[in-house]
Design a protein around this ligand. Structure first.
Ligand SMILES: CC(C)(COP(=O)(O)OP(=O)(O)OC[C@H]1O[C@@H](n2cnc3c(N)ncnc32)[C@H](O)[C@@H]1OP(=O)(O)O)[C@@H](O)C(=O)NCCC(=O)NCCS
Length: 223
């Protein structure tokens, strides 16, 4: 199977964001609000810039790509956050320049806050001894070829090596992939829209957790 996983370089960010945009499409209120017009050239450039900033400023983040080694095409992108004992300060505001007006910015901040709230509680409660899957995305042309599973193997191996739990805010589509890797649903959440966005689509998540496991290196006996 000609797929392989590597960490991203800075030059990968435009394709990484293009994959996010293609994979999520327009059915996720969170994606629409946080990355406005993500399917336009300016929206994609903004998204790539924001991934680059994350790469440069979040030492806990692992930006991963899966490439088809026959064609050289990057087919998937994922962001695992490995806090490793660090409890980061949670940002509460979004940069103004990415939003058309104050309402759009405030809505993005609201939905991001609600979407990630359980994650930050877990990071705090664990003292940063946690891994969190922030994004998994595979270009729809390449679904069901195993790219998503490579991302999961990568992050769960780190969780096991550190002996920590893993968490994810799962989409309906991601849920089955995550269950294959030991995640369980703790809560189904529909994020209610604030009054100004009443009538628009609302974001649904399965809040999922994978308990800590002890690490057994493949060449060591299991007991
Ligand atoms: C979820 C996603 C990342 C899966 O990527 P993928 O590369 O297709 O996943 P894999 O090929 O490794 O799938 C492995 C297994 O996961 C399960 N699975 C994956 N996608 C599934 C789907 N749409 N429905 C049901 N099960 C699915 C299956 O058990 C699958 O094994 P199978 O193909 O032998 O049946 C991809 O569908 C995607 O990008 N979706 C849109 C974005 C998204 O929702 N991301 C998750 C955010 S939390």
């Amino acid at each position: 199977m000609p797929l392989k996983l590597d960490l991203c370089t800075e030059a990968d960010m435009p394709r990484a964001f293009e994959i996010i945009s293609l994979a999520f499409g327009h059915i996720h209120a969170y994606v629409e609000a946080v990355w406005p017009e993500h399917d336009t050239p300016s929206g994609r450039a903004a998204g790539a810039e924001r991934l680059l900033i994350a790469k440069q400023t979040q030492p806990w983040t692992h930006l991963c790509k899966v490439t088809d080694t026959d064609t050289g095409e990057m087919v998937g992108f994922a962001k695992w956050d490995v806090y490793d004992g660090v409890v980061p300060e949670v940002p509460t505001s979004m940069p103004e320049k990415y939003y058309k007006d104050d309402d759009a910015k405030k809505y993005a901040e609201y939905i991001w806050g609600e979407f990630t709230r359980r994650r930050w509680e877990s990071v705090r409660e664990s003292g940063g001894n946690l891994v969190s899957l922030d994004i998994t995305s595979v270009d729809p042309k390449h679904h069901r070829r195993g790219a998503g599973s490579l991302f999961m193997q990568y992050g769960t191996a780190i969780a096991d090596k550190l002996g920590v739990e893993a968490v994810v805010e799962a989409s309906r589509m991601g849920r089955y992939l995550y269950e294959n890797f030991g995640f369980q649903i703790l809560e189904d959440v529909l994020i209610p829209n604030p009054p100004k966005q009443q009538g628009q689509q609302e974001q649904f998540i399965h809040w999922m957790r994978r308990p800590a496991r002890s690490y057994v290196a493949s060449n060591e006996p299991a007991n």
